[in-house]
Structure formats: C-alpha cells, structure tokens
Write a protein that binds this ligand. Structure first.
Ligand code: MN
Length: 328
C-alpha cells in the first residue's frame, strides 16, 4: 500500500487503536510504538499499547512511555480507562517492527480480537510475511525512519517528544549510524529530528551509557565463552540459563573482533529456549541463513529462537553455518 492509503485508514476521527510490537522489544520497537501512539492521540484517536514484556527500567525514560499501561493481559473489550469516548471496540490493530505474526506476543485475546479487527502491519524487514490486512513495508534503516517519512508526508507536526522517540529508534537500529543500513536519507532524517527537538544527549546516555554491573557481568561471560573459527571467519559465544537479566548486547562487542565476519550469541533465555543473535560484517546473508530455522531479520542482522538444550542448539546451528560457509 502507499502512504495515502494508510492515511485514509487513520482519517476518521475518534477511532480505537491497539498497538503491538515484537517480543524482546528494542528501541526501534518501542520508539516507533510510542511515537505512533502519541501521534494518533494528537489526531484525536484512542490508543492502547500492549507490550507484555515492557521493561520500564529500560524504556521508562522515553517520552510517552506512560501510554504502555501495566497490563500484562490484553482485554478484548477496551476499558473505559483506556478510552474516553471510544465506541467500545478496536477499529484497528497496528503492529510495528514485527516481520511475521509469530514475532508478536500472542495470547488468546489478541488472536480472537484479530478475527474481527483488521491488522495494519508497518515494518522495515524485507522478509516480512505481509500477515496484515494492510501491509506497509519499506526497506529503510528502522521503523523510526519509516514513520518519520510517513508523518511528514501526511503533514503531521512532529514535536520534540515524538522526535526523541523516532531518533532513539533510528539511532539504535543503525548502531549509532554505523551499520550498512545507514543511508544519506537516514542521516538527514536524524538531523531533522534533532532540529525538531530530539534529545540526542538523553538518547545516547540512556541507550549507551546506562549499563548496570549485571550488564558487564554478561559481557564478561560472553567474552570468556568466545569461540573463534579463524579459517571460516566466524565467532560465537553462549550464555547458559540462568544468566543475568540484562539488556546488554554482547554481540555488539564480539563483532568487533578482526578475525571474524560472522558473529553469533546463543542465549538460553529460559530452560531449553535459546535465543540466537546473528551479525554479518561482509556478504554472508544471515537473514536467509536464519530462515531455515524459522528466524529472520535483515541480511546483516538477524535472530532465531529455538527450543532444545543449549549444547544441541549450538551444534545444530554451527553445523549448518559451517556447511553454508563451505558451500559459498
Ligand atoms: Mn527495527
């Protein structure tokens, strides 16, 4: 669909929106969700944000975070406290930054809601499965950059609060404007957001200079467990369960190793559930590699979630990785 079609859906006043994003949300997920929520409210709509794994310690500084209410369960009927003057049912569910439906936290209420309420899928992952009734998927650095383009094209005034959320989304998904997905337009968008009052100092402090001692201990563990295969130029590390509950991203450190082109972290997030983060520094396509395990993402950054013991999962994925590398 094109931006004006999407605009037409949002045009009728006083609609009720339910906003969702992917599991293990990052700053693009939350930044885009909060900016969309604030913009819809400014337009006179009613908005519920459902993020069951929302961590206020990590995202509590973001403008609009109070719009994510503390309900871990989703009510089918929006309550009066969610909506003032709403007509009692949702008009649309909007998903942000979720490449397929399984990436969204599920519960029975959401599934039954979606039998009657259309879903608008807004995303920037090229492997997006177009699971929505409406799909707006564009290959940009982040959903933050995508939404900024949309808001401007719709003539919506982007204020300082929304700018901070969008800037955080872009900054985080581009690794502080270092990754390959950073284009000239990305930098122009970031500049325009700063001119609109985005607090880049706050974003930088809160995302990159707010590590806890638990974050450092997970980093230490990841470095201690690092395995490097110099001939095939990959490296991985693993974090057995239980590991400290942190938002540290050891992958961003491991990838700095000169001897590797592909970096992986296997994190056992609960007993026999392993979350795998993958990064590629050269031409190896981690998105298509991840797809054989039901994962996805981008060519240079992707993720997989697998059930099984940590050892078995490492074995399976590394075996597959080695044969992929050898077949190139
Ligand atoms: Mn993203």
């Amino acid at each position: 669909m094109i931006p004006s079609d999407l605009f037409d859906l949002l045009l009728p006043k006083q609609q009720n929106f339910l906003l969702v994003t992917h599991k293990f949300p990052d700053h693009d997920a939350i930044g885009s969700l909060l900016s969309m929520a604030q913009m819809l409210k400014i337009q006179g709509h009613n908005v519920t944000c459902w993020v069951p794994d929302f961590d206020r310690r990590e995202f509590g500084w973001m403008p609009g975070n109070e719009l994510v209410t503390d309900h871990s369960i989703l009510r089918i009927e929006p309550s009066a406290s969610d909506f003032v003057g709403g007509n009692g049912t949702y008009n649309f569910v909007i998903s942000l930054d979720a490449s397929n439906f399984d990436r969204i936290p599920q519960n029975q209420q959401l599934v039954s809601l979606l039998k009657s309420v259309p879903l608008i899928n807004i995303d920037h992952h090229m492997d997006n499965s177009h699971y929505g009734a409406y799909n707006y998927v564009v290959d940009l650095s982040s959903v933050g950059e995508l939404l900024f383009q949309l808001f401007l094209s719709w003539g919506w005034e982007v204020d300082a609060s929304v700018s901070t959320c969008l800037y955080a989304a872009i900054c985080s998904d581009t690794g502080r404007f270092l990754f390959d997905n950073t284009t000239g337009s990305t930098l122009i968008a970031a500049g325009a957001l700063i001119n609109r009052g985005a607090d880049r100092h706050l974003v930088s402090r809160k995302i990159y200079e707010s590590k806890s001692q638990a974050d450092f201990s997970i980093l230490l563990l990841a470095l201690k467990n690092l395995v490097v295969n110099e001939s095939l130029r990959y490296g991985y590390s693993f974090l057995p369960f239980p590991n400290p509950d942190t938002k540290a991203k050891p992958i961003d450190f491991i990838r700095q190793c000169a001897d590797i082109d592909i970096a992986l972290i296997f994190q056992e997030v609960e007993e026999n559930v392993v979350k795998i983060s993958l990064r590629s520094k050269e031409s190896f396509d981690v998105q298509s590699f991840s797809s054989q395990f039901g994962g996805g993402g981008h060519k240079k950054a992707s993720g997989i979630i697998l059930k099984g013991s940590l050892d078995d999962v490492i074995q399976r994925v590394i075996d597959a990785l080695e044969s992929s590398i050898n077949s190139i």
